[in-house]
Write a protein of this length. Structure first.
Ligand code: SF4
Ligand code: SF4
Length: 347
């Protein structure tokens, strides 16, 4: 079995990128631990608890692993980037969350790949599928497998196809000659650093998740730090800015895979502010949006409405400010009292 043959099987399984890395300790594991120790992971306990040590080596997930097959699935669709979108009445949802939950899409693709490998392998082998719920430094292995380099924005970037990829791995007990990592092509570019509204990309140190809009809107429970709320703009789930401005995405291909077509492209903030919990679950069933929980989602909507500074949002914000949920009520009050003082609205 060769890496080229794996690429062919991966292509037949629906992946645009694939490569092979050796299943050995992650060479940048100490950097990861330093990042965690510096508090950059915020309250994301799945990055800081015992699973942090498991990430050091794929053999902690599959003791017999000899190779890591890394696969990338393109999810960019032909819809505008957030940096080209300025409808203040609408919410921005991160591109990766527009369609079906990528965990399911990636897992079924990796299962297909696993099946094809079993048909071709000379002997039985052990394997384990990893989508980002398994503790593995997946971008590090994807880089080693030749899929791309890790950009200053911390995304994996492929020279020809950009960074709009979901990553998944198949750990196998097969010995496969590994691919080689490509050079880092960020060079002197600082576009993502300069474009980040909350200064979350620290050159030389990576991402400070505790300043990142994606972290605030998806992972953080409770209050969003006040000093960062204005920088969130219209984002109610995730943030794409540092990928939107990356020059390597300028000519990135798009996919016509219906799994990633938007179910809700830039929904209207006023409608989102009025949905009940059951409606929230129905509207976003099968998408990553449920991860923010109803309370967190309404909190984010309140902040986005405050940032829009539209008079028409006063009434829905007043309703949210009366919510029994203290976090939602607090953020709606912030939007009303501090961000959009009466008389200073846009029309
Ligand atoms: S996702 Fe947004 S907030 Fe986070 S680093 Fe990128 S541009 Fe900054
Ligand atoms: S915007 Fe520039 S610095 Fe940032 S990831 Fe892309 S190429 Fe690298």
């Amino acid at each position: 079995m060769t890496a080229d043959r794996i690429r062919e099987l991966a292509r037949r399984s629906g992946f645009e990128l694939a490569g092979v890395a050796a299943a050995v300790s992650a060479e940048d594991r100490s950097r990861y631990h330093e990042w965690v120790a510096a508090g950059r992971a915020g309250k994301m306990s799945y990055l800081t608890d015992r699973r942090a040590a498991v990430r050091d080596d794929p053999r902690n997930l599959l003791p017999s692993a000899r190779s890591v097959i890394c696969a990338g699935k393109l999810y960019q669709t032909p819809w505008p980037h957030s940096t080209r979108f300025d409808d203040t009445e609408c919410a921005w949802i991160s591109r990766y969350a527009w369609g079906d939950d990528y965990h399911d899409v990636m897992r079924s693709g990796l299962q297909r790949l696993e099946g094809l490998l079993r048909e071709e392998a000379d002997a039985p082998f052990e394997s384990r599928i990893c989508v980002d719920t398994a503790p593995l430094l997946e971008r590090s292995y994807a880089r080693l497998a030749g899929l791309g380099w890790i950009g200053r924005n911390t995304c994996l970037i492929n020279q020809a196809q950009g960074s709009w990829f979901f990553l998944g791995e198949l750990l196998v007990s097969l010995d496969i000659a590994p691919d080689a990592p490509p050079p880092d092509r960020c060079g002197t570019c600082m576009r993502c650093v300069e474009a980040c509204p909350t200064a979350a990309i620290v050159p030389g140190q990576g991402l400070d998740a505790t300043r990142c809009i994606s972290y605030f809107t998806i992972e953080l429970r409770g209050a969003i730090p006040e000093e960062h709320r204005a920088g969130m703009g219209a984002h109610v789930f995730g943030c794409d800015i540092c990928q939107d401005v990356c020059p390597w995405n300028g000519r990135a291909p798009v996919t016509d895979d219906p799994a990633f077509a938007p179910r809700q492209f830039a929904p209207r903030l006023e409608e989102l502010a009025a949905i009940g919990e059951e409606e929230f679950r129905t509207m976003f069933r099968g998408t990553p949006l449920l991860r923010s929980h109803y309370s967190g989602f309404l909190r984010n909507v309140a902040v986005a409405m405050g940032n829009a500074r539209l008079e028409k949002f006063r009434a829905p914000l007043e309703r949210l400010a009366a919510s029994a949920d203290a976090v939602v009520a607090d953020h709606a009050r912030w939007a009303l009292e501090e961000q959009v003082p009466r008389g200073q609205y846009s029309s």
